[in-house]
Design a protein around this ligand. Structure first.
Ligand SMILES: Cc1cc2nc3c(=O)[nH]c(=O)nc-3n(C[C@H](O)[C@H](O)[C@H](O)COP(=O)(O)OP(=O)(O)OC[C@H]3O[C@@H](n4cnc5c(N)ncnc54)[C@H](O)[C@@H]3O)c2cc1C
Length: 446
């Protein structure tokens, strides 16, 4: 009998144990889940064409890379469970091997395949896979506790150079089961790939070794725009074109061979934040989508906005709140699919605390727009700032933050060319802009 090997969120050859020879014949598959591509939540699309294309480019690159090893990749689009069951019947498969997800909907889809298929999950996208796997019941709910427990003895499993081997369905045979046409229809020929495996590994090499930007990471990571102030590993990590164990290993090798400083440590510190949210998502599952997050009584009622709130939400999404620092960050997100961590914290706080809107709407809008959308990092960070996750509420003063992180207003002026204010005055909010009363005294600084 055949093994189906599902490569969703592991769209790479490097450090991909799913590609090690499974016992007996095997077929490599990617399923583009219809709900995640075209579904809606709270009236918002869950994805946009840009992220979809980025994902398809990564799938296309993987198809080509696997073909070099005479391995075919079957591409399907639809409901994951139905697609895999149909394929299992066509190929007489009795086993499914897949990367372990974090999202409850993905676990559900995979578990629903049993008993038709024997399911084996491998955690290929976490630092704490295999023997380091934490016990969810005892997982600390505070990051500092989580990190302090881990750090003294953290030996991340080294990444492996995958040498695909085994009895795989060939590219020609895979094509007969594949909806490959999706790639041509949705991608066309014109779009250059941005985050496929080759680009991801090149970025890793450049950020750490060639440019040695890692040496200033702690000082530059709070910048708002630029190419090297932070790693930009998030998109390939979320697509699975980059292995987090490879990132960790490269940082440690750099520390051993070139230099270890606060910045090199801080990159690992941030990767531990990612890790924390992954395990938190697995621990509390659907609770992350409750209005009350992981605190209090679960409340899955949908956000319900009156007219004025709808207006405020639409303005926030479009970058029209009247607070330049917030608007510039939102316009950057809408234009590029990305936003700095500093920007994300501020716009999230503004939606939750200044506009007093349901945090889940902000998380849903980020889900739609972000190129690096990751279910655990996104919903975990949003709940964190709203005070329904792993922290008390964290309101940010957008005026103070603007003055600190964009002192000469170069960032807001770049994104909002109509701004006329000079120097700090460029940060002055419009008369109609909403601000929490406690921030208003800061207006005199502008
Ligand atoms: C409201 C909000 C929503 C967010 N949504 C996402 C999301 O959907 N996907 C996503 O990958 N990150 C998300 N983040 C976390 C963080 O903003 C991004 O990971 C980071 O900005 C990506 O840029 P980078 O790769 O250059 O990060 P770097 O600063 O270079 O950090 C290196 C890596 O560490 C991890 N990391 C850094 N900060 C965080 C963090 N706060 N939480 C979790 N992991 C972190 C990421 O994997 C990142 O690639 C969100 C943060 C906030 C405040």
């Amino acid at each position: 009998m055949t093994t189906l090997v599902l490569l969703n969120s592991s769209l790479r050859l490097d450090d991909n144990p799913l590609l090690k020879a499974p016992a007996g014949p095997a077929a490599a598959v990617v399923v583009l889940e219809q709900q995640q591509c075209f579904g809606r939540q709270y009236g918002l699309y869950r994805c946009n064409l840009w992220r979809l294309k980025t994902q398809l480019q990564a799938v296309q690159a993987l198809t080509e890379a696997l073909a070099q090893h005479n391995i075919g990749l079957i591409i399907r689009f639809g409901d994951t469970r139905s697609e895999l069951l149909q394929l299992a019947e066509q190929l007489q498969a009795d086993r499914l091997l897949a990367s372990e997800p974090t999202a409850p909907e993905e676990y559900q889809a995979l578990r629903a395949l049993t008993p038709a298929l024997a399911l084996e999950l491998q955690d290929n996208n976490s630092l704490l896979g295999a023997t380091l796997r934490p016990e969810l019941g005892r997982l600390p709910d505070r990051f500092t506790q989580f990190r302090k427990q881990l750090e003294p003895s953290l030996l991340v499993t080294p990444p492996q150079r995958t040498q695909p081997a085994g009895d795989w369905l060939s590219p020609a045979a895979a094509a007969t089961y594949s909806q490959q046409v999706i790639l041509q229809q949705w991608l066309g020929n014109s779009v250059p790939a941005r985050w496929d495996e080759t680009k991801a590994l090149a970025r890793l090499k450049h950020f750490i070794w060639q440019g040695q930007h890692i040496l200033h990471y702690k000082d530059s990571r709070n910048a708002l725009i630029g190419e090297h102030y932070a790693s930009f590993f998030s998109t390939p990590l979320s697509l699975g074109t980059l292995s987090v164990r490879r990132c960790w290993q490269q940082v440690e090798q750099f520390e051993q061979q070139i230099e270890a400083n606060e910045s090199t440590y801080w990159l690992k510190f941030e990767l531990l934040w990612r890790e924390f949210f992954r395990w938190q998502m697995r621990k509390y599952q659907a609770r992350w989508f409750s209005k009350t997050g992981i605190s209090g009584k679960a409340d899955y009622t949908k956000p319900n906005l009156n007219n004025s709130q709808q207006h405020a939400f639409a303005n926030w999404c479009a970058g029209n709140t009247g607070v330049p620092f917030i608007d510039a960050n939102m316009r950057l997100l809408n234009q590029s699919g990305l936003m700095s961590n500093r920007g994300r914290q501020n716009v999230a706080s503004y939606l939750v605390h200044d506009l007093a809107l349901d945090w889940r709407l902000g998380a849903a809008y980020f889900e739609q727009r972000l190129l690096d959308y990751d279910v655990a990092s996104n919903w975990g960070n949003w709940a964190y700032i709203a005070g329904y996750g792993n922290s008390e509420a964290r309101p940010f003063n957008p005026i103070k933050q603007a003055l600190w992180y964009d002192p000469d207003a170069a960032f807001v002026r770049q994104l909002l060319p109509d701004i006329s204010g000079v120097g700090k005055a460029a940060h002055r909010p419009a008369a109609h802009a909403r601000l929490l009363p406690q921030w208003r005294s800061w207006l005199s600084e502008l």
